[in-house]
Ligand binder design. Structure first.
Ligand SMILES: [Mn+2]
Length: 673
């Protein structure tokens, strides 16, 4: 028995969905699997599906649909006309760095007088601050244009006004109740903004500002826009999808010196880079600057036109990233030890370990605690808060990550008298509090988690797109799946369920038999499955039996050969589960009965079961079905086979249909949403 590790969530599939998928397949010339996936993701009409697949620059929205854009453009142009000094004010994460860099390119192209400022993560913290505004005033700045920040800076923007500085806010964060009194506020999420797409990153909003000022979409900076959009985990839909497609294309075919240098220093291949490569190769290196040093190093990389400067900046980002990895690793290790001590203590006193993981350490770098929290969540599947303690003051700065069902922001709000500051949303949040209050925070959050979460919520969920058969997983179909790329937030790589797939063979590969390799299917060609770190499961699998697997399809190229491959996520195998008989099994048993012609009912089922190798339950079911279809008759203790029965399909039998349905339902245990 191999038990599934996660809850499999397969959304329902209706007859209407099926119809829509057929329509898409024929109108757009798509394989059924691709058409079904489109429907599953909400693109069930030809127009929307076509736009999703093939949408280009003509589908960018008018930037002036953004509330405040007109005022922003006017104020910036006025500053340029009067040679007022403009300062771009950004943020230290990858989106903030991208946004800042994009405006640097823009203002440079427009020949404005400008510079940029990004606060120091540890010394200044997020957002506009009065000290930085005072500095700007002292340096003769008359206009600040914020990117990826500013929507909450009511006091700071009022202060800027007192010092004679106007502020144009461009941001994408959730607007608070009170919007700052700036000369323009551009944010697709603000009230009364009719912009049709709310999912722009900070750099997406900056891109729209550039579009407005240049009076055309500045595709030459789509690479920078993709970086921030992907790094900030924005949904890759609508305009973001178009931006990222152009951006990836640019990175592949004509990378700027900055990206080229970053790729060289980081060993990232640009020729076929995907959103995953940007997310895991580029974004961490860009982020490393702000975490361990200063984000302006990353802006320098993305805005220089000189290769020598770029490669120096890229190498320093790469080594900062390596250092970041070491710092994360060592904090994760310490945190895991603390957690093990906590669970051991709980066990020793006969109580359950805390439902919410709250761990703090002196000297833990607050620039990386969010990453540490994510790693602990991954390993333990519980909400996690990791905090760095300031030894002198005893104050802690923390970063939290949550599991589905536990709303962090709501939970922190419920404990707000313990906290000095907090902010964030359902899945991630930050806070500060004194170390003396940590224990109470852990207890109160734990109580909330026990109240809010059901037993199921503590098991991670795998969202499954569709059921698929081995026969459907052809090279051609998999190649067409790439039309749905780029994959990422809001458009994940399709997860498919192969239910009851025949296991032709299994073996382990790699050092210490670490990985599992499966061959699925009964005919030819077989479908290869690869399960990383699943080698241990090989022993429990028997060739010839049936397994349920969830995975992602891709094309594996090896030795000049291209083969379909399924990368396994999870598996379920129950060797004792009763298999539902195939049509051939029904056929075989019917032939046996026909040969017998007539037989005593007593002992008949046992006889057939023995001859056919099928279980008694199945034989009983078959005889019920045959009787219902008038292939046999059972009366007066005798079975007699009809001599020339009418040809009828098995599915015409009510007994057959209900048994099959029941069997499928029991096998599934695949929860709907
Ligand atoms: Mn952002």
């Amino acid at each position: 028995m191999i038990q599934r590790k996660t809850r499999w969530a397969l959304a329902p599939w209706s007859a209407t969905d099926e119809e829509n998928a057929k329509k898409l397949a024929s109108h757009l010339g798509l394989p059924p699997l691709v058409a079904k996936l489109l429907v599953k993701r909400g693109f069930d009409e030809i127009g929307t599906a076509e736009r999703f697949l093939r949408g280009g620059v003509e589908h960018f929205h008018d930037p002036y649909l953004l509330r405040g854009m007109k005022e922003a453009v006017e104020r910036i142009r006025q500053a340029a006309a009067h040679n007022e000094k403009i300062r771009i004010y950004g943020d230290y994460d990858a989106d903030g760095v991208s946004s800042t860099s994009l405006l640097v390119h823009l203002f440079r192209a427009l020949n404005y007088e400008f510079d940029y400022y990004i606060p120091h993560r540890a010394l200044e913290g997020y957002g506009l601050n009065k000290k930085a505004i005072k500095l700007a005033a002292d340096e003769g700045v008359r206009l600040i244009v914020t990117v990826d920040t500013g929507i909450s800076a009511v006091d700071e923007i009022a202060y800027a006004g007192e010092l004679g500085i106007d502020v144009v806010v461009t941001d994408h964060h959730e607007p608070p109740e009170q919007i700052p009194n700036a000369c323009a506020v551009v944010n697709p999420k603000q009230e009364n903004c009719d912009y049709p797409f709310k999912g722009l990153a900070g750099v997406g909003v900056a891109f729209k500002l550039a579009h407005a000022l240049l009076e055309r979409p500045p595709l030459e900076w789509a690479d920078i826009a993709s970086l921030g959009t992907i790094a900030d985990l924005m949904p890759l839909k609508d305009e973001n999808r178009i931006l990222v497609r152009y951006g990836l294309e640019r990175l592949r075919s004509q990378p700027s010196v900055g990206f080229r240098a970053l790729a060289e220093a980081g060993g990232i291949e640009l020729e076929a880079i995907t959103s995953t490569g940007v997310a895991f190769g580029m974004a961490p290196r860009i982020n490393a600057a702000g975490r361990l040093d200063h984000a302006k190093r990353a802006v320098e990389l993305l805005t220089t036109e000189d290769y020598d400067n770029a490669i120096l900046a890229a190498i320093s980002l790469d080594s900062l990233n390596k250092e970041r990895q070491r710092v994360v690793e060592s904090i994760v290790k310490e945190a895991e030890q603390l957690w093990q001590m906590k669970t051991a203590e709980a066990e020793a006193s006969g109580i359950a370990s805390p439902p919410v993981i709250v761990l703090a350490g002196e000297g833990w770098n607050v620039g990386v605690i969010g990453i540490v929290a994510s790693k602990l969540l991954e390993r333990n599947y519980k909400p996690v808060i990791i905090l760095g303690i300031d030894e002198k003051t005893g104050m802690c700065k923390g970063s939290a990550r949550s599991i589905e069902g536990f709303d962090l922001h709501a939970a922190l709000t419920a404990c707000d008298e313990l906290l000095d500051h907090y902010g964030g949303h359902q899945a991630a949040a930050g806070m500060s509090l004194h170390r003396d209050r940590l224990q109470e925070l852990e207890q109160r959050l734990g109580t909330l988690a026990s109240e809010w979460l059901s037993a199921d919520d503590w098991i991670p969920k795998t969202a499954v797109d569709l059921m698929c058969s081995v026969n459907e997983a052809t090279l051609e179909t998999i190649a067409e799946l790439s039309q749905l790329e780029p994959f990422g937030m809001g458009n994940p790589s399709p997860r498919l369920l192969f239910q009851g797939a025949e296991l032709a063979d299994r073996r382990t590969i790699g050092k210490d038999s670490k990985h599992l390799k499966l061959s699925l299917g009964s005919g030819r060609p077989l479908l290869d499955g690869i399960g990383f770190s699943m080698g241990i499961l090989a022993e429990g699998l028997r060739p010839g039996s049936k397994v349920d697997v969830i995975g992602e399809l891709s094309i594996n190229e090896w030795n000049g050969q291209r083969k379909p491959q399924l990368q396994l996520h999870d598996m379920h195998f129950d060797p004792t589960a009763e298999m539902f008989p195939e049509r051939e099994d029904f056929g075989k048993v019917y032939q046996q009965l026909k040969q017998l012609g007539q037989a005593q009912l007593s002992g008949l089922n046992e006889r057939i079961a023995k001859q056919s190798g099928l279980s008694l339950v199945i034989v009983e079911l078959m005889l019920d079905v045959f009787e219902e279809l008038a292939f046999i008759e059972r009366s007066n203790g005798m079975m007699s086979a009809a001599s020339s029965p009418q040809k009828r399909d098995l599915a015409a039998s009510e007994r057959y249909r209900s048994a099959k349905e029941q069997y499928e339902a029991s096998r599934m245990s695949v929860a709907g949403h």
